[in-house]
Design a protein around this ligand. Structure first.
Ligand code: TXA
Ligand code: MG
Length: 318
């Protein structure tokens, strides 16, 4: 099949109420027609996701926001203009016609326009907004390749579109515009610095206290293997006799001979590290280690999103 035929088939599946996993620039999504409540219900079943955790709706054109949201504050407009298509999700008051199951009964809607040719072609061909969470079982790491989706959900998804590895590698940044001050609900692919260069200061609620972000559970993005964020070269021998793997931000000064090692970016580049993050954790998770010891990452730019995911992965079981 040509690319166009594959997209056409995927769109037919969505229009008939099926589920299609598709690539975006951030992570793979598990999509259904946002206006088909039964299809959306299947997303929750397949992911084993609690119904109180709302979904992001994906559009192929910024002009669709007006049709789905009651109003778009000027700060939201500015961010949309600057960062769409791209890894930014805005939370706005929703129009009544959006099924409650999509927004978990909230009066608000999370919307984004992804920056990936396959995602955009799919949404355009379906001619409907696509509700899609990340295409992973609830609580696990998001998939950044089609194989990640196949490994975990293949028998429950009607079609998986393979667009290669996701270039950004961490999920979209979520900003809510319901309060006077815009609020950062999830750090992600657009950095806080980039956002604050366009609009004034953004509120950052503490990680354990985000009532308006129902899906932001402290323990999330968790591999089966426990992770601790405790690596430094001073600890070089501390874990010598243990069955551990190392998740390093950049090339270590010393040769590390005892353990499997994943290096997110040899030169310590945050973009490269984000793009490699979930695949690297998955590879370590497949080794049946007792523990993954991760190196903390500087919390600037994309480093914020990476540390957010690592902290959540590390709080597994707490
Ligand atoms: O990059 C991404 O955003 C990916 C790709 C597939 O687009 N999607 C993604 O979806 O990460 P998901 O479902 O894994 O995460 C969406 C997050 C959840 O934490 C959810 O609670 C939050 O967005 N969310 C959705 N609707 C919301 C709303 N109305 N108000 C506040 N938070 C919302
Ligand atoms: Mg997710």
């Amino acid at each position: 099949m040509t690319g166009d035929q594959t997209i056409h088939r995927a769109a037919q599946i969505i229009k008939k109420g099926g589920l299609v996993a598709f690539p975006t620039e951030t992570v793979y999504g598990l999509g259904a027609d946002a206006f088909n409540p039964l299809a959306v219900a299947r997303i929750f079943e397949v992911k084993r996701r609690p119904y109180f955790d709302p979904l992001i709706v994906h559009v192929a054109n910024p002009s669709n926001v007006e049709k789905l949201a009651k109003e778009t504050p000027s700060n939201a407009k500015k961010l949309i203009e600057k960062f769409w298509p791209g890894p930014l999700t805005v939370v706005l008051l929703k129009e009544e016609k959006i099924p409650d199951i999509v927004t978990a009964g909230l009066p608000t809607l999370a919307i984004r326009m992804p920056n990936h040719p396959m995602a955009l072609a799919l949404i355009e061909e379906c001619n409907c907004p696509i509700a899609a969470p990340s295409a992973n079982p609830f609580g696990y790491l998001s998939p950044t390749t089609a194989d990640h989706v196949r490994d975990q959900l293949s028998d429950q998804v009607d079609l998986i579109l393979d667009g290669g590895p996701c270039p950004i590698g961490v999920e979209s940044t979520i900003v809510s515009f319901l309060d006077k001050r815009p609020m950062l609900l999830r750090p992600g692919g657009v950095s806080l610095e980039e956002i604050e260069s366009v609009i004034a200061k953004v509120e950052i609620p503490p990680i354990e206290n985000r009532p308006s972000a129902p899906g932001m559970f402290p323990k999330h993005y968790a591999p089966r293997t426990p992770i601790i964020l405790d690596w430094s070269e001073k600890n070089l021998d501390l874990y010598k006799d243990r069955n551990i793997g190392l998740l390093l931000f950049q090339q270590p000064k010393h040769h590390l001979k005892y353990h499997p090692v994943e290096i997110l970016s040899m030169k310590g580049n945050l973009r490269e590290a984000a793009a490699n993050l979930f695949a690297a954790i998955r590879r370590l998770d497949a080794l049946h280690l007792d523990l993954i010891v991760a190196e903390p990452i500087p919390e600037v730019g994309l480093g914020r999103a990476i540390m957010d995911r690592l902290r959540r992965a590390a709080s597994r079981g707490k």
